[in-house]
Design a binder for this molecule. Structure first.
Ligand SMILES: CC(C)(COP(=O)(O)OP(=O)(O)OC[C@H]1O[C@@H](n2cnc3c(N)ncnc32)[C@H](O)[C@@H]1OP(=O)(O)O)[C@@H](O)C(=O)NCCC(=O)NCCS
Length: 167
């Protein structure tokens, strides 16, 4: 697929949710449990941290957003100790998986992250999300631990795998 990777814009909110909300509704891939409204997503994009990175992947042929990836600073409280650490999230349309969209997003996001001074990336992945785990491991992440029974989704406990990658 011929892709353009660019920064997310306010007007992408609806297209981003057309990817994210069906993934949330499946209930198998993310710890997010409640679909977002377009208004909430617009607020999220509008107030996205200045040091963050928010990329969308656009299929050039269809001129349609088919995936997105973001990095947010690790610390949400008042310290500079974690300025070099970003938390990464990746979402590709359920209809377009395994076509290299994730890989293209990672390439662009790693580059942008280095430019913004990040030195390492961190994420939690649901232990039952083997596709995501395989994807992150294929991108140089390594497993650093398991938070057991960390999420409780529809009454069922799910372990969370902690992963990291140096940039
Ligand atoms: C995880 C996700 C982002 C991967 O995106 P993708 O565009 O399908 O990934 P790519 O096609 O770029 O795959 C890159 C590599 O990752 C690995 N990979 C991806 N999906 C895989 C799967 N289902 N099984 C095994 N390996 C897989 C492979 O090594 C693949 O390379 P290959 O196809 O040449 O063998 C996508 O499956 C997704 O959005 N899942 C739902 C949301 C989610 O789980 N997000 C992660 C939580 S932060």
């Amino acid at each position: 697929m011929d892709l353009l990777i660019r920064d997310a814009q306010l007007d992408d909110a609806e297209a981003i949710l057309a990817i994210l909300n069906p993934i949330i509704e499946v209930g198998a891939y993310t710890v997010l449990t409640t679909p977002f409204s377009v208004e909430a997503e617009r607020e999220f994009i509008l107030h996205f941290p200045q040091r963050g990175i928010f990329h969308v992947a656009v299929c050039r042929h269809k001129q349609e957003i088919v995936g997105f990836q973001n990095i947010e600073p690790f610390a949400t409280y008042n310290t500079s100790a974690f300025d070099h650490v970003g938390v990464i999230g990746t979402y590709v349309s359920l209809l377009c998986r395994r076509q290299g969209i994730g890989r293209s997003l990672f390439n662009a996001t790693f580059e942008a992250a280095r430019c913004k001074g990040y030195e390492k990336l961190f994420a939690y992945v649901r232990a039952d999300n083997t596709a995501a785990l395989a994807t992150y491991l294929s991108q140089g992440f390594r497993i650093i631990g398991t938070a057991q029974r960390h999420a409780k989704i529809n009454g069922r406990y799910v372990d969370e795998i902690m992963i990291e990658r140096a940039l």
